[in-house]
Design a protein around this ligand. Structure first.
Ligand SMILES: Cc1ncc(COP(=O)(O)O)c(C=O)c1O
Length: 375
């Protein structure tokens, strides 16, 4: 084995342009999995590419103790889209690191140790984030993980309120579970999390790594519940395909965060890409676009597939279609028969996380592909 590889798809992808990927044989695929939600602006976006190229030629790296204008610009741009009061920005290299930082910050700022997470949660694969990730298929090889973690059933407000106590450092949850099956939290569940943590002096962390950056029609999905957490984590599409993560937090956490650090976190090249990405999402109002195209897609999915599938759920351009059969088989057939790339979210859910720039004709193609594969 020359490389440590995942199970491989049969096509080798060699180019990406907008919402399309092209393989070595020149076959074009519509990327409706959005390469795991990592390309909100589509592949090869010119603004991001030129900002990245320019920074690469000026300064690729210097350690974070030296102020760099591009990094400062990224902090300012993220602070401008941060929920009110969460303008302290910690930048790292991935989603799991953003969550890892949030967990460490919560322990340091509260002097407590216990974490509360939810069944079916996915927060990443490093030891801390993995400890709050629910499914055994990710955990079993690496146990023992962090001991002081309690899982409560997702959307069970009573169980959540009962689990948060004086030893709790933080509650962490996804406002819509991604890998767990595209399951939205009720507003009530999010509000209960806010009340219970505020009362106990614990931190509330929303993992918006898949749901954030406008995908669900709001910049952050939790906004629908009319509350503000203590920390929000972001990653995936934040630099339109380059590795980055961010943890946004309140002053009381930033002032007592401990001694966390990262060599490459906030490196100038990635910072330039992330700054261009977030600015473009804002300037082009892609949250509204996600709502518009998302509701068109939903309508068409309901009309064409509503009778045949178990459920269609999610919000905006984060959609799960639950079917009776194997989601992996449908994802395979969509790719090979229809040249449409999608994802699974568990055994029975086909997951759509397209670039936010998709249009109605792309939605039509996906609905027709699904319709033909499912029948
Ligand atoms: C909700 C959520 N949290 C955390 C992660 C981990 O992100 P990364 O793979 O960048 O470490 C993911 C990745 O799929 C995710 O969907």
């Amino acid at each position: 084995m020359s490389g440590f590889i995942y199970s491989q798809k049969s096509m080798q992808i060699s180019a990406g342009d907008g919402v399309y990927l092209t393989d070595d044989d020149g076959i074009e695929y519509l990327d409706f999995g959005g390469s795991y939600a990592c390309v909100p602006l589509g592949h090869g976006h010119e603004t991001v590419q030129s900002a990245t190229r320019e920074q690469l030629s000026e300064l690729t790296f210097v350690q974070a103790v030296y102020p760099v204008e591009t990094r400062q610009q990224l902090y300012d741009t993220i602070a401008a889209v941060a929920p009110r009061g969460l303008e302290n920005v910690w930048v790292c290299n991935s989603g799991t690191e953003a969550n890892e930082a949030a967990l460490k910050f919560a322990r340091s700022a509260t002097d407590n140790t216990k974490f509360v997470a939810t069944t079916h949660a996915f927060h990443g694969r490093t030891m801390g984030s993995l400890s709050l990730t629910w499914d055994d298929k990710y955990r079993s090889y690496y146990e023992p993980l962090l001991a002081d973690v309690e899982f409560v059933p997702y959307n069970d407000s009573e169980a959540l309120a009962a689990a948060v106590d004086d030893d709790t450092a933080a509650v962490m949850m996804e406002p819509i579970q991604g890998a767990g099956g595209i399951t939205p939290a009720t507003d009530e569940f999010l509000q209960t999390a806010r009340e219970a943590t505020a009362e106990a002096g614990a931190a509330l962390i929303f993992d918006e790594i898949q749901t954030g950056l406008g995908r669900t029609g709001r910049f952050w999905n939790f906004e629908r519940a009319g509350i503000v957490p203590d920390m929000v984590t972001s990653a995936k599409g934040l630099a339109n395909g380059l590795p980055v993560g961010a943890t946004l937090c309140r002053d009381w956490i930033a002032e007592d965060y401990g001694s966390h650090a990262s060599t490459f976190g906030g490196n100038p090249v990635i910072a330039a890409a992330a700054e261009a990405t977030v600015s473009t999402i804002r300037e082009e109002n892609l949250s509204s676009h996600a709502t518009e195209v998302g509701s068109y897609l939903w309508g068409e999915l309901e009309r064409e597939l509503g009778g045949e599938v178990r459920d269609i759920r999610g919000e905006g351009l984060m959609i799960g279609i639950e079917i009776d059969g194997s989601a992996a088989d449908v994802v395979h057939d969509l790719a090979h028969e229809e040249q449409v790339l999608t994802l699974t979210a568990g055994k029975h859910v086909v997951r759509l996380l397209p670039p936010l720039v998709v249009e109605e004709d792309h939605a039509d193609r996906v609905v027709s592909a699904l319709s033909s594969v499912l029948s």
